[in-house]
Design a protein around this ligand. Structure first.
Ligand code: IPE
Ligand code: IPE
Ligand code: MG
Length: 260
């Protein structure tokens, strides 16, 4: 039996290894920084493109596992605004994989009642890709299962700047009093306006940074950093990260569940 009072005696670093309380909630929203495709390939003497290709298979596993665990929202970071710094052939590979993933998997995702959402900057994407993303969102709009949020050409700072511009335009048009702008209003102007904040952020590959991923929305998220490279991510890894999350005491600035 894992009594709360036993847990509180554990040093902070040990808390993650504490047996999970069966009543602890499953995270409603898991956001994943899928990192390490290139290193996975390099370890095997394969081209980076092969790492990215195998990364798509890991996305499919993550979608299935999220659905099975009862996660409601799964966000995957597919391409950052900074990833344009990579060589053009790698950028083309990543764009090609997104297109192929949607063309190949859309019907299956729809059958599985998955709702697809895309966040990020549409400017800078070709019109055929934008149409494909719109098609995926439109087809699955009314689905009631997992919401799969694909962050593509996404940068958190750019998203916040876009939201600020949208509010500034309303102020200029005389439709908004600057004094009325609060955190809730700015949040409602982001790409994620109708998506709850992530409860859990997972990053693979051993890197411990955010890389411009959902900086606003992760203000109170729990982070789990895994050593595995993304192409090796599977249901077991996913469940392990969720178990770590379930052992955490989220306080949101208050005294927390274990306060006496
Ligand atoms: C993640 O793998 C995929 C993207 C960032 C698009 P990487 O391509 O970053 O792989 P590493 O970090 O170089 O190993
Ligand atoms: C973050 O990974 C972006 C995605 C997973 C799409 P990167 O590999 O681009 O991040 P850095 O450059 O190591 O911070
Ligand atoms: Mg990387």
């Amino acid at each position: 039996m894992s009594l709360p009072s036993q847990r509180v005696e554990l040093p902070a670093g040990e808390r993650d290894r504490n047996p999970t309380d069966a009543s602890a909630p499953i995270p409603a929203h898991v956001a994943i920084i899928m990192d390490g495709n290139g290193r996975w390939a390099a370890q095997r003497g394969l081209p980076r493109a092969e790492g990215h290709r195998r990364g798509v298979a890991a996305v499919r596993r993550a979608v299935r596992a999220a659905t099975e665990m009862g996660v409601r929202y799964l966000t995957v970071y597919g391409f950052s605004t900074e990833n344009w710094r990579r060589p053009p052939d790698e950028v083309a590979d990543l764009f090609g994989l997104l297109k192929r993933f949607i063309r190949h998997d859309l019907a299956e995702l729809h059958d599985a009642n998955v709702r697809v959402r895309v966040i990020g900057d549409r400017a800078g994407l070709s019109s055929d890709l934008v149409s494909l993303l719109d098609e995926a969102q439109d087809l699955t709009r009314r689905n009631t299962g997992l919401t799969l949020v694909v962050a593509f050409n996404y940068g958190g700072r750019q998203e916040i700047a876009r939201a600020a511009r949208a509010l500034a335009r309303l102020v200029r048009a005389g439709q908004l009093d600057p004094e009325a702008i609060d955190a809730e209003m700015l949040g409602a102007a982001l790409d994620t306006r109708d998506i709850p904040d992530p409860d859990l952020v997972i990053r693979t590959s051993g890197e411990m940074r955010v890389s411009n991923f959902l900086p606003w929305q992760t203000a109170y998220s729990e982070f789990v950093f895994l050593p595995d490279f993304w192409p090796d991510f599977d249901e077991r890894t996913f469940r392990g990260a969720v178990d770590q999350f379930r052992g955490r005491d989220r306080r949101f600035g208050g005294r927390g569940a274990q306060a006496v």
